[in-house]
Design a protein around this ligand. Structure first.
Ligand code: SF4
Length: 239
C-alpha cells in the first residue's frame, strides 16, 4: 500500500464517516469503477446490492458458495440475480484442497475444534475470497459495527491489511439491525427466507442455528464457540 493511498483513504474515511450508505457507495463506485465489488454473504448485504444497483446497474456482486449452504440461500442468490438482472459472480472452493481436508478430517470437522473450524472456513471461504480480491482494487461488505464484539472499531473505509492492502468499504458501518430491515422492506429487496424463521444471521447450514427471542443476533453462528473466536477469517487478519 502506498503512502498516497493510505492518506486518501484516511481523508475519505473522515469525510464519509457521517454520510449515508448511498453517498458512501457513490464515492466508492466513482473512485474504483469496475474494480470494486460487493462480497455478498448475509442479510445486510442484500440492502447493499440494492444500493449499489441504484448507483450503477452494472455494479459487481460476488458470493462464496462453500458447498454447505442452505437451499434458501441458493434460492435468494437467483432471486437477486433475476430482480437486478445481474450476473452474480459465484466463487467456489479449490476442489483439491477441499477433498484433502474432508479426506483427512471428515465432513463435519468444524465441530471437533476451533482450529478445524478455522481450517474449513479458510478452505471454503477465505481462499476463494482471496482469489477474487486479487483481481480487485476495493471490496464492499455489509458489516456493521454493532454486529459483534470483534467489529466495534469498524470504519466506513479502510485499508484491509488481511488481504494485501486492498481498500474495504463498509457502507452500513453506522446502521443498526433495524435500519437494515427497514431498508429491505421499504425497497422490497429479496432476502433469505430463513430470516423469517428465526435465523437473524445466516452462514453455512451446519454452522448456523435458530436463535431464541432476545438472544444475541449472532448467537446462532458457530454456537458451540465463545464470542471472541466467532469470525470466519473474512474480516479479521489471519494469524
Ligand atoms: S461456516 Fe462452517 S461449513 Fe462453512 S466454511 Fe466455516 S466451518 Fe465450514
Amino acid at each position: 500500500m502506498s503512502d498516497e493511498l493510505a492518506a486518501e483513504i484516511e481523508a475519505a474515511n473522515a469525510e464519509l464517516a457521517d454520510k449515508t450508505p448511498q453517498e458512501i457507495m457513490k464515492w466508492a463506485m466513482d473512485r474504483f469503477g469496475d474494480k470494486i465489488a460487493l462480497a455478498w454473504s448475509g442479510a445486510e448485504d442484500v440492502a447493499v446490492v440494492d444500493i449499489m444497483a441504484k448507483v450503477d446497474p452494472k455494479a459487481r456482486v460476488f458470493t462464496l458458495d462453500t458447498g454447505r449452504l442452505n437451499p434458501e440461500t441458493y434460492d435468494v442468490i437467483d432471486r437477486v440475480r433475476d430482480k437486478y438482472n445481474m450476473n452474480i459472480e459465484v466463487m467456489f472452493p479449490n476442489s483439491d484442497d477441499t477433498e484433502a481436508m474432508v479426506r483427512e478430517q471428515g465432513m463435519n470437522l468444524f465441530y471437533k475444534s476451533v482450529d478445524n473450524r478455522k481450517l474449513c472456513c479458510k478452505t471454503r471461504k477465505v481462499q476463494p475470497l482471496r482469489r477474487q480480491l486479487a483481481t480487485l482494487d476495493a471490496w464492499v461488505t455489509g458489516l456493521r459495527a454493532d454486529q459483534a464484539v470483534t467489529r466495534t472499531a469498524l470504519k466506513v473505509v479502510e485499508i484491509d491489511e488481511a488481504f494485501g492492502g486492498i481498500v474495504k468499504v463498509n457502507p452500513l458501518a453506522r446502521w443498526s439491525h433495524e435500519d437494515v430491515w427497514n431498508y429491505i422492506k421499504e425497497n422490497e429487496v429479496p432476502y433469505n427466507e430463513l430470516h423469517d424463521n428465526g435465523y437473524p444471521s445466516i452462514g453455512c447450514a451446519p454452522c448456523t442455528r435458530k436463535v431464541a427471542e432476545g438472544e444475541d443476533i449472532r448467537a446462532g453462528r458457530w454456537w458451540w464457540e465463545s464470542p471472541e473466536t466467532k469470525e470466519c477469517g473474512l474480516h479479521v487478519k489471519e494469524k
